[in-house]
Design a protein. Sequence first.
Length: 268
Amino acid sequence: MKQVKPKVFLIAKTVIDHPIANEWLDSLGVSSDYDIPDGSVGSQLTMLAGKRCYLSYEPGLNPNVSRVRDDLSEFIENILKVGHGSVIEHTNYTFAVENVSRVFTPEFNRHRAGVAVSEGSMRYIRFDDIPFWMPNSIEAKAGDSPELTRAKYLSRDVFVRAFQQMEDNYKELLEIWDYDNIPDFRTKKKLTSMFRRIIGMGVATGGVWTINLRALRHIFTMRCDPSAEEEITMVCSMMLDKMIEAEPDIFGDFHKVDGYWQPEYRKV
């Protein structure tokens, strides 16, 4: 049994193939001196997709368009302002998230539109040392009243004892079935699947999530809110911190209010 803390790793993102993108623009009749503005991949791809909708890369390309937005940040802000969210769906970011509980993962996985999920399987993974996250809500904090201090202390003790009991029970099942001497993986898999049923939702797990930018904005709007569950709020806030750094134009309208994140443009 061991206590762990959730971790977020931003491990991959969409990449633009600029030579092919320029070949495509050339096929549309865009002048050869047109340059894709410098910026993050999300901002660049959003501009490319958004301008294709109206063929508005430069004045005159579409006879109906006499004026265009060349500034990348201004273009993205207008996209967010008018809610033209479909054009930000083309960019994906991939997160590896570890040491989160199965309280977190089923709730996070409800956001399945625009999301690819690969989660650790308790059917295959054996637990010799059960990891768990101690909720922040029962950590001791300066200013706690004596009554609250006592309640938190006793709650932490219950958590530790509960996970210790789970681990002891799990080890007992391994001994009952002489698990270490079973030669074939198929039988081990069936037993591991059975053993997992005694492990509570608080067990730490992890996985990989690939999410498009529009879906991320929706997730952060919903889950970085005071009404959201504490673990999902903490993890999504960690993800949002990384996205503000990676895609400042697309996520820069999120601001902290009383410790929680709120976007200026809610429905994109």
